[in-house]
Design a protein around this ligand. Structure first.
Ligand SMILES: Cc1cc2nc3c(=O)[nH]c(=O)nc-3n(C[C@H](O)[C@H](O)[C@H](O)COP(=O)(O)O)c2cc1C
Length: 178
């Protein structure tokens, strides 16, 4: 076996599941947007998404205060802005302005959509019982938007420290499951 020990601090890099998303929230002064890759699907319909948003992040406070956010799915063209949104806090900076992102009105929540993203999921908090101990929120998607004109959107997956895997080949196999 040609393997060496992997530091436990790096385990997440192997299991980090879905694409990196941008979480947008409404705020009293201005909206905020942060990068997030620690999320997981929990139910098909209504769609439930579990996610970890650190209590140190401004987004945590805005999400708890409003009960709402939007999960925006960026493609590789937005990778630099994603890293930017994941490295500065909206407490001090208007990230929409700094990173040239457009806040568009959502239909069911007060948080804005990030217009440049391939898809946008309007969410409300369904359960926050694990938020105090684990920063874990269960979000219910109440409205979803997608840009169907983009046939091969290349979404990005975080591998830690600014390294991303970019979606490429599509493999389509027969399956009875969704
Ligand atoms: C690729 C990437 C993924 C990230 N994933 C998460 C995450 O899943 N949860 C989290 O709390 N922070 C995550 N972060 C860090 C936040 O995006 C970062 O702390 C951000 O500055 C918080 O902004 P805010 O204070 O405006 O909310 C990630 C950062 C990057 C660059």
């Amino acid at each position: 076996m040609n393997k060496t020990r992997l530091p436990l601090s790096q385990v997440y890099r192997l299991l980090e599941p879905g694409p990196v998303v941008l979480v947008s929230t409404a705020g009293p002064r201005r909206p905020d947007v942060m990068a997030m890759s620690w999320h997981t699907m929990m139910e098909f319909e209504p769609p439930l998404v579990g996610c970890v948003i650190s209590g140190r992040n401004h987004t945590f406070d805005l999400l708890v205060a409003s009960g709402e956010c939007v999960l925006n799915v960026p493609t590789v063209e937005l990778a630099r802005q994603v890293v930017g949104c994941g490295n500065v806090s909206g407490r001090r900076v208007d990230k929409f302005e700094r990173f040239g992102l457009t806040a568009a009105p959502a239909s069911k929540v007060g948080a804005p959509l990030v217009a440049e993203c391939y898809a946008n999921l309007e969410c409300r908090i369904a359960d926050r019982r694990l938020a105090d101990d684990y920063n874990f929120f269960v979000l219910e998607v109440v409205q979803a938007w997608i840009d169907r004109s983009r046939k091969h959107p290349r979404i990005i997956h975080h591998q830690g420290k600014g390294v991303f895997a970019v979606d490429g080949r599509i493999l389509k196999l027969p399956s009875r499951k969704k």
